[in-house]
Design a binder for this molecule. Structure first.
Ligand code: ADP
Ligand code: MG
Length: 263
């Protein structure tokens, strides 16, 4: 057989390390308004597969809204968002499928209070992916093991510490086998002594190659785990650079000001 063009492309990719895979997240010219308030202004952002992007910025700069548009918890007014090369559908089955590809962990743990930890983790795979209960349970137990709380599986959320609840929330998101994980200030509601147990789980996930977009004020995590820092102010991406460059040589006044306040 003669090699085809596709074969050549594959070979070239292997040799150069380049890849033609679409970015896991691609936002192009995204605008978002809340009434008269312009909260996202012409956002262009690409997150390649396997990359960890930390989003920094002052309160009210649009970080949460940015996250929420990516799995369409918020609609957008202009521009396009693609996840793994596919445009965000507006509604229906397609949207449910897309949401399954995009895991999200919030500041508040959002676990179902009246369900056990293992039931919390099993729920979405059974409902959305139609995974049989036995299989959903064994996957859930594996994930709880991974985040270090397998012994808490039969307890209810209120019986766990905040750090344990947030690790359960991460396990629950992972149970859907997402292609990308969004974290919106996952440690902000935690007592200080519990922050690291959650960051450790996230660091492990990052090392395993998960594509991640992480809004956080944990600068240590940003320096350690991020491939890239995106700094937002006033609805715009003001800097998009390496952690090293951002922390040692921010170029914008707004980033300098932000760093001056927190470091
Ligand atoms: P951040 O996460 O960076 O603190 P947000 O994305 O939460 O910023 O908010 C950006 C701006 O949008 C803020 O001015 C906030 O008050 C406003 N905002 C956020 N959510 C809503 C909403 N549902 N309705 C109206 N305004 C909102
Ligand atoms: Mg926020």
């Amino acid at each position: 057989d003669q090699p085809t063009n596709a074969d050549h492309t594959l070979l070239e990719e292997r040799m150069t390390g380049a890849t033609s895979a679409p970015p896991m997240i691609r936002m192009t010219g995204v605008d978002k308004f809340f009434g008269p308030l312009h909260v996202l202004k012409g956002i262009n952002l690409e997150v390649p597969q396997g990359q960890v992007v930390v989003v920094l910025g002052p309160s009210g700069s649009g970080k949460s809204t940015l996250c929420r548009t990516i799995n369409r918890l918020e609609s957008i007014d202009k521009g396009t968002i693609e996840v793994d090369g596919k445009p965000l559908p507006a509604e229906g089955k397609e949207l449910a499928r897309l949401r399954a590809d995009v895991g999200m962990v919030f500041q508040s743990f959002n676990l179902f209070a009246h369900k056990s930890i293992v039931d919390n983790v099993m729920l979405a795979p059974m409902k959305v992916r139609r995974t049989p209960a036995g299989q959903a349970r064994s996957t859930a137990m594996e994930l709880l093991e991974r985040v270090g709380i397998a012994s808490q599986a039969d307890k209810f959320p209120a019986q766990l510490s905040g750090g344990q609840q947030q690790r359960a929330a991460i396990a629950r998101a992972l149970a859907m086998r997402p292609k990308v994980m969004l974290f919106d200030e996952p440690t902000s509601a935690l007592d200080p002594e519990m922050v690291n147990e959650v960051l450790d789980v996230m660091t492990t996930l990052a090392k395993e190659g998960m594509t991640m977009l992480v809004v956080t004020h944990e600068m240590g995590f940003a320096r350690r785990a991020a491939d890239r820092v995106v700094f937002m102010a006033d609805g715009e991406i003001v800097e998009d650079t390496s952690p090293e460059a951002f922390f040692t040589a921010p170029t914008s006044n707004r980033a300098k000001d932000f760093l001056g306040k927190i470091l």
